[in-house]
Design a protein around this ligand. Sequence first.
Ligand SMILES: Cc1cc2nc3c(=O)[nH]c(=O)nc-3n(C[C@H](O)[C@H](O)[C@H](O)COP(=O)(O)OP(=O)(O)OC[C@H]3O[C@@H](n4cnc5c(N)ncnc54)[C@H](O)[C@@H]3O)c2cc1C
Length: 313
Amino acid sequence: MVSDLGGELLFDAGVTKAHVVDRCRLDREMAQRAADAGAEFLLKTSVSGIQGSTLLTRGIRGREEIPFRLVIAADGPRSSIARMLGLRRPEIYLGGVQAEVPCRVDPRYVELHPNASPDFFGWVIPISATRARIGLCAKEHAKEHLDRFVARYGGSCTHLVSGVIPLGVMPRTYGHRVLFVGDAAGFPKPTSGGGIYTGIRSAKHAAEVAVACCARREFDDASLQDYERLWREDFGRELDIGLKMLRVRQKMTPEEIDRLCRILNDPDLIETIVEHGDMDRPGALIKKLALKPALIRGMGMLFASKIRQILKG
Ligand SMILES: Cc1cc2nc3c(=O)[nH]c(=O)nc-3n(C[C@H](O)[C@H](O)[C@H](O)COP(=O)(O)OP(=O)(O)OC[C@H]3O[C@@H](n4cnc5c(N)ncnc54)[C@H](O)[C@@H]3O)c2cc1C
């Protein structure tokens, strides 16, 4: 269910297909499985250089040189490996900030606030009836926008986390015996900034290609390009649509966003969102909504045909 609050949307977390993941537990379980499969971890060590097929590292064991056949670069939004190789990076970087805030919220609903940030949106995710995770993304001054947003809920913040969200995939996600996965490649979804789902999917495709390359002992670019084909077939179109939708959103005025929120309160549109809404694959829902008479009436023919154009392209 969705309801309008003057430019805000409430999503019943139990009905829309959103999954809450305990990130610490996810990381711990993945690390455990990697160790069980034979992975060796070099803690407090970072890659400081790459020379041919040797990684240079620096850390508590001092400087080391580690020969490799293939690297899977999962080194996050600032990807030092991409920079060391002089590769073109994702095109947009947003600041993301989130705080835990003591406040009264309805624990049944996740709130989305498209007007909390000039370029993206804000969210309120209830932890209980008296506590929520409140956050937003913005191109600039994210913390100032968050302070203003949190003030609506009483203003006091604990457990502040912040980071960079890269959007718009790097033009080539492989090369020089390296496959780029997760934020390093720019895989977060432009419609939500979420990068866990696409990060894990990309890692799965990278692993498949890495195993095949190792079996054939072929690590040239022609052998690695299968990786790009696999992730594009899986979620590439969703990312393309998401980036175009983000550009449309960034051109909308606060009044237009308010109007859109009010229109989405139509019972027929609510039913469509409940039936087809999927945080990880929003393309199908956008397609359905763009055909709805209530949206065309409310936002105008031009807006609806722009959206349909995006979905065709
Ligand atoms: C405030 C905020 C809220 C978010 N909320 C959500 C959400 O609700 N859902 C969602 O799906 N996503 C969310 N995201 C995005 C999500 O956190 C990222 O997409 C995800 O963490 C990317 O995972 P990753 O493994 O690719 O990169 P990272 O998690 O950034 O991990 C990269 C790792 O590489 C290491 N590293 C970097 N350089 C080197 C080097 N030279 N040598 C060795 N190691 C190196 C780093 O230390 C780090 O441990 C949020 C992001 C922010 C900032």
